[in-house]
Design a protein around this ligand. Structure first.
Ligand code: NAD
Length: 443
């Protein structure tokens, strides 16, 4: 270590997780070096631009760059030379054609870094990985690092939410330290000292438990969302109202109202791929049955997307082809520009494929959506895409969509029909303004 108490940090992989982690740690007073193989991303960050949408991060990046404590590089040699603690924050997407996690970016990062580690260091995985990865990488690091036993590996899973990433990083609910030695635990404690001193609980575990905490947490959240959406399916068949059902359930504090919002379901770069990878990994190690319910959780979630398309079709009298559809939202959730496995774009693309004239608007994710799906049409505002629409479909619950005046929107659409895919609107207010209002799980 360079000093007894304040380790120098590198953050390897500067995407949604890594860039936020690097900036926040520098803001807490650490010297931080961000590392990525994407020279374009590194160039942007070094010049003060955050390459994605995250509230509060651009301001904090500008401030921390000014202090001189935060720098960026594409050089692993420089990273190894600089850092005492190396956080691995690279992507772990779903493998194409399989439910398994693609761990190759983590392997590549560790095998690129380790041969340059010539003195004591701690390599800390933050990426979400299949259980057993850390144990395997411990051997890889020891074999490749010239410093041998002086280099240790730990796992510190990350729970930040896009849209609240800065606050979640600076003030997490808890820190999980997956370690194989007291030395690794003490080094992590030094690397998070300001956060721990602020009262954040620390749970210290072995490596496998730390890996599992993350996928167990995401599985629980996904299950809760799919649970209420399963109830929505039952409500649709019985004429009951899932919104009232959810409200009544939420008053029971054993159940609670968070993640109990019915609607189009979950998406993004974490929940869907994490539950699939967990189910896949559990099968590999012979405990597939223990989490086989996750397959059903995934299936319920996917059905919400096709049911939303059905609802639009029903509202249009049974046909989508040639109809003009305004889609409000593209990001997988509000306050993010992330379109990975976004339910909104899945629904928009399905309706486009069925012959509808689909126009999409999103407050932050338009550039990403345009790049990924150039076949769709896009507009510059909710009112813009709603012009002459036969139906409006709310797909991502941005605050600005909740504030739309139904009377004003009725002025521009061809028909007053709306599908509220997120239960985000005041149904009574829209009906009072003459709209035919439909939502999943509500009669
Ligand atoms: N995004 C979130 O909200 C979030 C929350 C918690 C955990 N996670 C987990 O964090 C990890 C990263 O997710 P993300 O959303 O930041 O992904 P991302 O795709 O935004 O970022 C990954 C970054 O890693 C870089 N990279 C790839 N290979 C590299 C290598 N060999 N060396 C250096 N850099 C490399 C990429 O260029 C990219 O900038 C994943 O495991 C994810 O499951 C994400």
């Amino acid at each position: 270590m360079n000093t007894g108490r304040t380790p120098r940090l590198t953050v390897i992989g500067t995407g949604y997780l890594g860039a936020t982690h690097a900036v926040c740690m520098a803001s807490l007073g650490f010297e931080v070096l961000g590392v990525d193989v994407d020279a374009g991303k590194i160039g942007k960050l070094a010049s003060g631009q955050v390459p994605f949408f995250e509230p509060g991060l651009p301001e904090l990046l500008a401030k921390t760059l000014e202090t001189g404590r935060l720098r960026f590089t594409t050089s692993y040699e420089e990273a190894a030379e600089f850092g005492d603690v190396h956080f691995i924050c690279v992507g772990t997407p779903q493998m194409p054609g399989s439910d398994a996690c693609d761990i190759s970016y983590v392997d590549a990062a560790v095998t690129a870094l380790a041969p340059h580690l010539t003195r004591r260091a701690l390599v800390v995985g933050k990426s979400t990985v299949p259980v057993g990865t850390a144990a395997r990488l411990t051997h890889v690091v020891r074999e490749l690092a010239p410093a041998g036993e002086e280099v240790e590996l730990a796992w510190n899973p990350e729970f930040l939410r896009e849209g609240y990433a800065v606050d979640d990083t600076l003030r997490p609910d808890r820190l999980v330290f997956g370690v194989a030695s007291d030395r690794a635990r003490d080094t992590l404690a030094a690397a998070f000292a300001p956060i721990i001193e602020a009262g954040t609980p620390v749970v210290t575990t072995d490596l496998a438990t730390a890996e599992l905490v993350k996928v167990a947490a995401n599985s629980f959240l996904a299950t809760k969302i799919s649970y209420i959406n399963a109830m929505a399916e039952v409500c649709e068949a019985t004429g009951a109202d899932v919104r009232d059902l959810a409200t009544a359930l939420a008053y029971d504090d054993r159940i609670g109202g968070r993640f109990l919002q019915p609607g189009l379901g979950f998406g993004g770069g974490c929940l869907p791929k994490d539950i699939r990878a967990f189910a896949h990994r559990a099968e590999e190690i012979g405990v597939g049955q223990a989490v086989s319910f996750l397959r059903e959780v995934d299936a319920i979630n996917r059905r919400r997307r096709s049911r939303t398309v059905d609802l639009v079709r029903e509202l249009l009298g049974g046909r989508l082809d040639g109809r003009r559809i305004a889609c409000l939202g593209a990001a997988f959730k509000p306050n993010s520009d992330d379109i990975r496995d976004a339910p909104a774009l899945d629904v928009a693309r399905t309706m486009h494929g069925l012959g509808a004239y689909v126009r999409v608007y999103d407050p932050a994710a338009l550039d990403n959506a345009r790049r990924a799906y150039p076949e769709l049409r896009y507009g510059e505002s909710a009112m813009d895409v709603a012009r002459d629409a036969d139906v409006v479909v709310l797909l991502t619950e941005w605050a600005e969509f909740r504030q739309i005046d139904p009377h004003a929107m009725a002025e521009v659409t061809a028909h007053r029909r709306i599908v509220d895919g997120r239960h985000a609107l005041d149904a009574e207010a829209w009906r009072a303004a003459g709209w035919e209002y439909r939502a999943l799980g509500r009669s």
